[in-house]
Design a protein around this ligand. Sequence first.
Ligand code: AMP
Length: 285
Amino acid sequence: MEIIRIPRIMQETSKRALLRGRTIGFVPTMGALHEGHMSLIRACRQENDITVVSIFVNPTQFGPHEDFEKYPRDPEGDINKLTDAGVDTLYLPDTASMYPEGFRTSVVVNGLSDKLCGAFRPGHFSGVATVVTKLLNIVMPTRAYFGQKDYQQSLIIKRLVSDLNIPVEIVTCPTVREHDGLAMSSRNQYLNPDERKAATAIYKCLSSAAEKIKSGEKNAVRIKELMNEILSSEPLIKEIQYASAYDPETLDELQRIDSKVLLAVAVKIGQTRLIDNILLEETGS
Ligand code: AMP
């Protein structure tokens, strides 16, 4: 596996591959790789000639009191996993090469960036949108792969790619879960054993709400109440930031469930902020 650290060299490598008629698939990550990341890499390898993965813990998407400093980092373990998975190129830039002296531009996706996670993490999605725009311009992929686990992120990226005419297909892959339903996340490493047990309430809450909707519940207020009841019954969940039913396109909270619905949750367990969601595409009208 080739490791490239300089944006210009990554761009030139991609340009050469594209000129030879190769398709490039791209999986952007912040590292500390788990099965969720690996599932994106497998989908990417199946659908493209060349697979590029990036690892970059992007400082601009963390708030001043968030976990940028202690975010899990395991470059050696990650390189081994990527090599074993058959990845062609790892793009591993440092902060100075992504944000050189004088950097002043940011990408804001209005209307989507301030809802759900955006309401609790001001500036987060502008950091994400800016770094992903840069990564797409540097790697120049044919397709880029994102996880449904970060549904709002995926929606914002699809919007910016369309709005800014970036020639890439965005592919969203299903959430990979632990055996008890907890969505895999690099941040799960922060949880102590009691907190890890408490975290199962998140998937319980989402799947109970999904069942209720499938069995005919149309009242989104009752769904919200059910979700909040399940989460509140877990004493180690210190804060419920949001837990409700949303319109999957606008992210507005629903009153009534007619067709598609996004069930989404963000909670804090100890100091750890965890998110998860289920998208129901067909609920009947
Ligand atoms: P991260 O390293 O957390 O920024 O995630 C990199 C990519 O992996 C993003 O597109 C995430 O949505 C995706 N991802 C993270 N966790 C999962 C998971 N459990 N299942 C599927 N995709 C995931």
